[in-house]
Design a protein around this ligand. Structure first.
Ligand code: R5P
Length: 296
Protein backbone atom coordinates (compact mmCIF):
# COMPACT_ATOMS: atom_id res chain seq x y z
CA UNK A 1 0.00 0.00 0.00
CA UNK A 2 1.35 3.35 -0.96
CA UNK A 3 -1.67 5.42 -0.25
CA UNK A 4 -0.13 7.91 2.20
CA UNK A 5 3.11 8.54 0.33
CA UNK A 6 1.57 11.49 -1.41
CA UNK A 7 1.36 15.17 -0.77
CA UNK A 8 -1.98 14.74 0.91
CA UNK A 9 -4.52 12.03 1.41
CA UNK A 10 -6.45 13.52 -1.49
CA UNK A 11 -5.39 15.02 -4.76
CA UNK A 12 -2.23 17.05 -5.02
CA UNK A 13 0.57 17.89 -7.37
CA UNK A 14 3.16 15.12 -7.73
CA UNK A 15 5.74 15.07 -5.00
CA UNK A 16 9.40 15.56 -5.80
CA UNK A 17 11.60 12.47 -5.68
CA UNK A 18 13.65 13.55 -2.67
CA UNK A 19 10.61 14.42 -0.57
CA UNK A 20 8.88 11.19 -1.53
CA UNK A 21 11.99 9.14 -0.86
CA UNK A 22 12.49 10.64 2.60
CA UNK A 23 8.85 10.02 3.52
CA UNK A 24 9.09 6.46 2.20
CA UNK A 25 12.03 5.79 4.47
CA UNK A 26 9.89 6.03 7.60
CA UNK A 27 6.32 5.59 6.33
CA UNK A 28 6.74 2.07 5.09
CA UNK A 29 5.45 1.68 1.52
CA UNK A 30 4.42 -1.94 2.15
CA UNK A 31 1.72 -0.90 4.63
CA UNK A 32 1.55 2.90 4.35
CA UNK A 33 2.04 2.88 8.12
CA UNK A 34 4.80 3.76 10.58
CA UNK A 35 6.08 3.06 14.07
CA UNK A 36 8.17 6.07 15.03
CA UNK A 37 10.05 5.90 18.31
CA UNK A 38 9.97 9.21 20.19
CA UNK A 39 13.02 9.82 22.37
CA UNK A 40 13.16 13.61 22.24
CA UNK A 41 11.64 14.25 25.67
CA UNK A 42 14.85 15.58 27.19
CA UNK A 43 14.74 18.70 25.04
CA UNK A 44 12.42 20.31 27.58
CA UNK A 45 12.07 17.69 30.37
CA UNK A 46 15.71 16.84 31.01
CA UNK A 47 16.55 13.26 32.03
CA UNK A 48 13.06 11.76 31.78
CA UNK A 49 12.44 8.52 33.70
CA UNK A 50 14.00 5.57 31.84
CA UNK A 51 15.49 7.91 29.26
CA UNK A 52 18.22 9.10 31.62
CA UNK A 53 20.81 7.33 29.49
CA UNK A 54 19.49 7.72 25.95
CA UNK A 55 21.91 5.24 24.40
CA UNK A 56 20.88 2.51 26.82
CA UNK A 57 17.18 3.14 26.15
CA UNK A 58 17.46 3.47 22.39
CA UNK A 59 19.90 0.70 21.47
CA UNK A 60 17.69 -2.37 22.02
CA UNK A 61 14.72 -0.68 20.30
CA UNK A 62 16.34 0.69 17.14
CA UNK A 63 15.82 -2.36 14.99
CA UNK A 64 12.08 -2.30 15.64
CA UNK A 65 11.59 1.41 14.91
CA UNK A 66 10.72 2.85 11.50
CA UNK A 67 12.34 6.08 12.68
CA UNK A 68 13.86 7.73 15.73
CA UNK A 69 12.53 11.14 16.71
CA UNK A 70 15.20 12.97 18.65
CA UNK A 71 17.39 16.05 18.94
CA UNK A 72 20.76 16.49 17.29
CA UNK A 73 22.47 16.31 20.68
CA UNK A 74 21.13 12.88 21.51
CA UNK A 75 21.65 11.72 17.93
CA UNK A 76 25.34 12.67 17.93
CA UNK A 77 26.07 11.39 21.43
CA UNK A 78 23.90 8.33 21.69
CA UNK A 79 23.27 6.78 18.27
CA UNK A 80 26.08 5.30 16.19
CA UNK A 81 26.28 6.74 12.68
CA UNK A 82 26.52 3.21 11.29
CA UNK A 83 22.81 2.75 12.04
CA UNK A 84 20.53 3.09 9.08
CA UNK A 85 17.44 3.95 11.13
CA UNK A 86 15.68 6.98 9.59
CA UNK A 87 16.01 10.11 11.71
CA UNK A 88 13.19 12.55 12.40
CA UNK A 89 15.05 15.49 13.83
CA UNK A 90 13.43 17.61 16.54
CA UNK A 91 14.26 21.19 15.51
CA UNK A 92 12.17 23.24 17.95
CA UNK A 93 12.77 24.04 21.59
CA UNK A 94 14.14 26.79 23.79
CA UNK A 95 11.86 26.17 26.80
CA UNK A 96 11.95 23.87 29.83
CA UNK A 97 9.75 22.36 32.51
CA UNK A 98 11.48 24.72 34.94
CA UNK A 99 10.36 27.80 33.07
CA UNK A 100 7.11 29.14 31.75
CA UNK A 101 5.40 28.82 29.38
CA UNK A 102 6.34 25.76 27.32
CA UNK A 103 4.63 27.21 24.27
CA UNK A 104 7.36 29.83 23.84
CA UNK A 105 9.38 27.60 21.50
CA UNK A 106 11.52 28.65 18.59
CA UNK A 107 13.55 26.86 15.95
CA UNK A 108 16.76 25.46 17.42
CA UNK A 109 18.31 23.59 14.53
CA UNK A 110 18.87 24.68 10.95
CA UNK A 111 17.85 22.87 7.80
CA UNK A 112 21.53 22.63 6.84
CA UNK A 113 22.12 20.71 10.05
CA UNK A 114 19.19 18.40 9.26
CA UNK A 115 20.78 17.67 5.87
CA UNK A 116 24.21 17.18 7.45
CA UNK A 117 22.68 14.66 9.85
CA UNK A 118 20.97 12.87 6.97
CA UNK A 119 17.53 13.38 8.53
CA UNK A 120 14.50 12.05 6.70
CA UNK A 121 12.24 14.67 8.30
CA UNK A 122 12.29 17.56 10.73
CA UNK A 123 9.79 17.99 13.56
CA UNK A 124 8.57 20.96 15.53
CA UNK A 125 5.80 21.65 17.99
CA UNK A 126 2.98 24.09 17.37
CA UNK A 127 0.97 25.46 20.28
CA UNK A 128 -2.41 26.42 18.84
CA UNK A 129 -4.45 28.53 21.27
CA UNK A 130 -1.45 29.54 23.35
CA UNK A 131 0.11 32.95 23.82
CA UNK A 132 2.76 31.88 21.30
CA UNK A 133 0.42 30.41 18.72
CA UNK A 134 1.51 32.84 16.00
CA UNK A 135 5.26 32.36 16.48
CA UNK A 136 5.02 28.57 16.43
CA UNK A 137 2.76 28.58 13.37
CA UNK A 138 5.12 30.91 11.55
CA UNK A 139 8.01 28.62 12.48
CA UNK A 140 6.08 25.75 10.92
CA UNK A 141 5.52 27.81 7.77
CA UNK A 142 9.20 28.73 7.61
CA UNK A 143 10.22 25.09 7.92
CA UNK A 144 7.76 24.04 5.22
CA UNK A 145 9.09 26.75 2.90
CA UNK A 146 12.63 25.48 3.37
CA UNK A 147 11.58 21.84 3.40
CA UNK A 148 9.76 22.14 0.08
CA UNK A 149 12.84 23.66 -1.49
CA UNK A 150 15.19 20.89 -0.48
CA UNK A 151 12.83 17.93 -0.25
CA UNK A 152 12.70 17.65 3.55
CA UNK A 153 9.36 16.57 5.09
CA UNK A 154 8.08 18.48 8.12
CA UNK A 155 6.30 16.78 11.02
CA UNK A 156 4.14 19.19 13.04
CA UNK A 157 3.40 18.17 16.62
CA UNK A 158 0.19 19.61 18.03
CA UNK A 159 1.61 20.15 21.48
CA UNK A 160 -0.53 21.08 24.43
CA UNK A 161 2.19 21.64 27.06
CA UNK A 162 1.45 21.61 30.75
CA UNK A 163 -0.66 24.76 30.43
CA UNK A 164 -3.23 23.22 28.08
CA UNK A 165 -3.60 19.60 29.21
CA UNK A 166 -7.40 19.94 29.20
CA UNK A 167 -7.32 20.54 25.44
CA UNK A 168 -6.89 16.92 24.50
CA UNK A 169 -10.32 16.65 22.91
CA UNK A 170 -11.46 16.13 19.32
CA UNK A 171 -12.56 19.71 18.83
CA UNK A 172 -9.23 21.20 19.81
CA UNK A 173 -7.02 18.51 18.24
CA UNK A 174 -8.97 18.67 14.97
CA UNK A 175 -8.47 22.44 14.90
CA UNK A 176 -4.74 22.22 15.60
CA UNK A 177 -4.17 19.31 13.19
CA UNK A 178 -6.07 20.98 10.38
CA UNK A 179 -4.11 24.20 10.81
CA UNK A 180 -0.85 22.22 10.69
CA UNK A 181 -1.95 20.59 7.44
CA UNK A 182 -3.13 23.88 5.97
CA UNK A 183 0.29 25.39 6.61
CA UNK A 184 1.86 22.51 4.72
CA UNK A 185 2.99 19.97 7.34
CA UNK A 186 3.70 16.67 5.60
CA UNK A 187 2.81 14.62 8.68
CA UNK A 188 0.84 15.71 11.75
CA UNK A 189 1.52 14.22 15.14
CA UNK A 190 -1.29 14.63 17.62
CA UNK A 191 -2.90 12.91 20.58
CA UNK A 192 -5.52 10.21 20.58
CA UNK A 193 -8.89 11.25 21.98
CA UNK A 194 -12.56 10.30 21.98
CA UNK A 195 -14.12 10.76 18.52
CA UNK A 196 -10.63 10.62 17.03
CA UNK A 197 -12.05 10.05 13.55
CA UNK A 198 -13.12 13.73 13.59
CA UNK A 199 -9.47 14.69 13.95
CA UNK A 200 -8.39 12.38 11.12
CA UNK A 201 -11.24 13.29 8.80
CA UNK A 202 -10.59 17.00 9.18
CA UNK A 203 -6.88 16.73 8.46
CA UNK A 204 -5.75 16.26 4.84
CA UNK A 205 -2.22 15.29 5.95
CA UNK A 206 -1.39 11.86 7.39
CA UNK A 207 -1.63 11.62 11.18
CA UNK A 208 0.43 9.74 13.75
CA UNK A 209 -0.39 9.68 17.44
CA UNK A 210 1.86 10.35 20.40
CA UNK A 211 1.45 7.88 23.22
CA UNK A 212 1.32 10.45 26.01
CA UNK A 213 2.04 9.57 29.63
CA UNK A 214 2.54 5.91 30.39
CA UNK A 215 -0.84 4.23 30.62
CA UNK A 216 -1.73 1.84 33.41
CA UNK A 217 -1.47 -1.38 31.41
CA UNK A 218 0.01 -2.50 28.12
CA UNK A 219 -3.52 -3.33 26.95
CA UNK A 220 -4.40 0.36 27.32
CA UNK A 221 -1.56 1.22 24.96
CA UNK A 222 -2.55 -1.54 22.52
CA UNK A 223 -6.20 -0.44 22.55
CA UNK A 224 -5.22 3.18 21.91
CA UNK A 225 -2.93 2.21 19.03
CA UNK A 226 -5.56 -0.05 17.50
CA UNK A 227 -8.34 2.52 17.78
CA UNK A 228 -6.16 5.26 16.33
CA UNK A 229 -5.17 3.18 13.30
CA UNK A 230 -8.74 2.01 12.86
CA UNK A 231 -9.85 5.67 12.81
CA UNK A 232 -7.33 6.40 10.05
CA UNK A 233 -4.02 7.28 11.72
CA UNK A 234 -1.01 5.94 9.82
CA UNK A 235 0.68 4.87 13.02
CA UNK A 236 2.37 6.11 16.15
CA UNK A 237 5.22 8.29 17.26
CA UNK A 238 5.37 6.71 20.69
CA UNK A 239 7.80 7.08 23.54
CA UNK A 240 6.95 6.54 27.21
CA UNK A 241 4.42 3.75 26.67
CA UNK A 242 7.27 1.80 25.09
CA UNK A 243 10.46 2.62 26.97
CA UNK A 244 8.97 3.29 30.41
CA UNK A 245 7.56 -0.24 30.36
CA UNK A 246 9.50 -3.04 32.04
CA UNK A 247 9.50 -4.86 28.68
CA UNK A 248 10.18 -2.18 26.06
CA UNK A 249 11.19 -4.57 23.28
CA UNK A 250 8.04 -6.64 23.72
CA UNK A 251 6.02 -3.41 23.76
CA UNK A 252 7.39 -2.04 20.49
CA UNK A 253 7.04 -5.43 18.79
CA UNK A 254 3.39 -5.63 19.85
CA UNK A 255 2.71 -2.06 18.74
CA UNK A 256 4.36 -2.87 15.38
CA UNK A 257 2.10 -5.87 14.99
CA UNK A 258 -0.97 -3.66 15.41
CA UNK A 259 0.28 -0.89 13.13
CA UNK A 260 1.78 -3.00 10.36
CA UNK A 261 0.08 -6.37 10.60
CA UNK A 262 -3.46 -5.55 11.65
CA UNK A 263 -3.21 -7.35 14.98
CA UNK A 264 -6.08 -6.77 17.35
CA UNK A 265 -5.23 -5.60 20.89
CA UNK A 266 -5.84 -9.15 22.14
CA UNK A 267 -3.53 -10.63 19.50
CA UNK A 268 -0.91 -8.01 20.34
CA UNK A 269 -1.18 -8.91 24.01
CA UNK A 270 -0.69 -12.59 23.18
CA UNK A 271 2.45 -11.69 21.22
CA UNK A 272 3.63 -9.51 24.12
CA UNK A 273 2.99 -12.31 26.62
CA UNK A 274 4.95 -14.82 24.56
CA UNK A 275 7.80 -12.33 23.92
CA UNK A 276 8.38 -11.61 27.59
CA UNK A 277 9.00 -15.31 28.21
CA UNK A 278 11.85 -15.25 25.69
CA UNK A 279 15.30 -14.07 26.84
CA UNK A 280 15.83 -10.43 25.88
CA UNK A 281 18.87 -11.30 23.79
CA UNK A 282 16.81 -13.50 21.51
CA UNK A 283 14.24 -10.75 21.02
CA UNK A 284 17.03 -8.32 20.31
CA UNK A 285 17.96 -10.29 17.19
CA UNK A 286 16.64 -8.90 13.91
CA UNK A 287 12.86 -9.16 13.75
CA UNK A 288 11.55 -12.48 12.64
CA UNK A 289 9.32 -12.67 9.61
CA UNK A 290 5.80 -11.43 10.31
CA UNK A 291 3.96 -13.99 12.40
CA UNK A 292 0.69 -13.13 10.82
CA UNK A 293 0.08 -11.54 7.49
CA UNK A 294 -3.33 -10.11 6.85
CA UNK A 295 -4.35 -8.43 3.69
CA UNK A 296 -5.31 -4.80 4.06
C1 R5P B 1 6.36 15.65 22.06
O1 R5P B 1 6.42 16.78 21.88
C2 R5P B 1 7.33 14.86 22.84
O2 R5P B 1 8.53 15.42 22.72
C3 R5P B 1 7.29 13.42 22.43
O3 R5P B 1 7.93 13.19 21.21
C4 R5P B 1 5.88 12.92 22.32
O4 R5P B 1 5.14 13.34 23.40
C5 R5P B 1 5.76 11.43 22.07
O5 R5P B 1 6.15 10.74 23.15
P1 R5P B 1 5.13 10.05 24.15
O6 R5P B 1 4.58 8.86 23.44
O7 R5P B 1 5.98 9.70 25.33
O8 R5P B 1 4.06 11.05 24.46
Amino acid sequence: MYKYIHRTKGEGKPMDWGMKNRLSRFIKPATGHTVMLAVDHGYFQGPTTRLENPRATITPLIKYADSLMLTRGVLRTSVDAENDVPIVLRVSGGTSMAGNPLSNEGLTTSMDEALRLNACAVALSIFVGSAHEKETLLSLSELVNEGEEIGMPVVAVTAVGKEMEEKRNARYLALASRIAAELGAHVVKTYFCDEFEKVVNGCPAPIVIAGGKKLETEMDAFNMTYEAVRAGAIGVDMGRNIWQHDHPVAMIRAVRAIVHEDYTPKEAKDLFDSDIKVPAKVLECPPKAPTKAKSR
